[in-house]
Design a protein around this ligand. Structure first.
Ligand SMILES: O=C(O)CC[C@@H]1NC(=O)NC1=O
Ligand SMILES: [Fe+3]
Length: 404
């Protein structure tokens, strides 16, 4: 039977992220889409001669990759915190600012004051900026509402962003991000509330995963564990802001719950890496926050490689530690600061990022996967980590449809 495709892209340099070749590279390749899925991928010389498509486009050697997946963002927020940026340039630490009532708390006030529509309108430009730079799936966390109504507002805005911009969105409930003013000095009572709100938000279809900020200026391992136990009882996967500023054993804790990912992990020790390897927990590396905070403690990249822990890379787009609007820039920082290879960085924003979100239908150029694709104005995948800035995405295709 002659295949009848919707779209056929020819003469492309395919970075499939599949197979034995570095980047899964196929020179002079072709890829066909049908009904939003990849229907055929391979060498031009193997293309079925009778194949035809509604639209055929010759990419003339351009690089074609899977759509990029930003697996860790706080993209929904109001206002910004440029003043803190200036304070940090003058020597204040992230903790100093948080303890002085700035930091996350100031974003909480702004989100609570914003309507759902205002929050959507302020967040749309950030989602569109990431899309223009090749992102076709976004994870978006709550965590600036810190009460039921405002956490729900954030999660609804996250869902609406996906519908409005036309990208895939996975939501993460991060009410355990900071202590709201009404619970000052009463962290355990706030965790009771965080746990109480979860079933209702999950029943409303707003929660795909649960996260917490396990840190000296966040919540303790014991408080984190309480949240995770309720998530597990509800069948919701977990992930964790783990060991970012100190070693609290966060990576081992989220691995114990078969967590999707441990994120940041600058201070994670070998036992945490081994636990992640044993449980298939992905390491999500966030070089934007490392860079903006001028952190010096590197995540345990060598141990992650040694133990075969999948490494993802994300923007951590947020107004405090990582106002980063380019996942490609995060890849560049991951190579420059963390010495990841360009192949590891691209794996980190495709196949490994999909794993960090529990998604098996995207992240590589394989038959049957979602036809989320980016055609780039470059010839080799390493250039995605090489160029700083620039407008490299020639076409972004989501579920087989051009999105730009
Ligand atoms: O500063 C913010 O607004 C969020 C910072 C972000 N959240 C977290 O737990 N760690 C981070 O880097
Ligand atoms: Fe974060």
């Amino acid at each position: 039977m002659t295949p009848r495709w919707d779209l056929l892209l020819t003469h492309a340099t395919l970075a499939t992220l599949d197979g034995e070749q570095p980047f899964g590279l196929i020179k002079d390749g072709a890829l066909a889409c049908a009904n939003g899925r990849i229907a055929w991928v391979g060498r031009m010389s193997d293309l079925p001669s009778a194949a035809s498509a509604v639209r055929t486009e010759n990419l003339a050697g351009k690089l074609l990759t899977p759509g990029l997946i930003d697996c860790h963002t706080h993209l929904v927020f109001a206002g910004n915190r440029v003043r803190e940026f200036d304070m940090r340039l003058n020597g204040a630490s992230y903790e100093d600012i948080a303890r002085a009532g700035g930091g996350i708390a100031s974003s909480v006030a702004a989100v609570r004051a914003a309507s759902e529509e205002e929050l959507l309108q302020q967040s749309l430009p950030r989602a569109r900026a990431l899309l223009r730079d090749g992102v076709t799936t976004l994870e978006i966390k709550s965590g600036y509402g810190l009460d039921l109504a405002n956490e729900g507002k954030m999660l609804r805005v996250a869902r609406r962003l996906g519908e409005t911009v036309g990208v895939g969105v996975r939501t993460t409930y991060l009410a355990a991000h900071a202590l709201p003013p009404e619970f000052t000095d009463h962290a355990d009572g706030y965790i009771d509330a965080v746990i109480a709100w979860l079933p209702q938000l999950h029943a409303a279809g707003l929660v795909d995963a649960v996260d917490a900020f396990c840190e000296g200026i966040g919540f303790s391992p014991a408080q984190t564990r309480r949240v995770f136990e309720v998530a597990r009882a509800l069948g919701i996967p977990v992930k964790l802001h783990a060991d970012q500023l100190s070693d609290l054993g966060g990576a081992a804790l989220v691995a114990e719950f078969n967590g999707l990912s441990a994120d940041h992990i600058e201070y994670t020790r070998d036992d945490g890496v081994r636990a992640m390897a044993a449980h298939g927990t992905v390491a999500v590396l966030l070089p934007g926050a490392f860079h903006l905070l001028r952190e010096t403690k590197l995540p345990p990249i060598a141990q992650l490689r040694e133990h075969g822990v999948a490494m993802a890379v994300a923007t951590d787009c947020n107004p405090g530690t990582s106002p980063l609007l380019s996942l490609r820039q995060a890849m560049q920082l991951a190579c420059t600061h963390f010495r990841m290879t360009p192949e590891e960085a691209l794996q980190g924003t495709t196949v490994h990022a999909a794993k960090a979100l529990g998604l098996a239908d995207r992240g590589a150029l394989c038959t049957g996967m979602r036809a989320d694709l980016v055609a780039w104005n470059v010839a080799h995948p390493a250039e995605l980590c090489y160029w700083l800035g620039g407008d490299l995405a020639a076409q972004v295709i989501v579920a087989g449809q051009p999105s730009l």
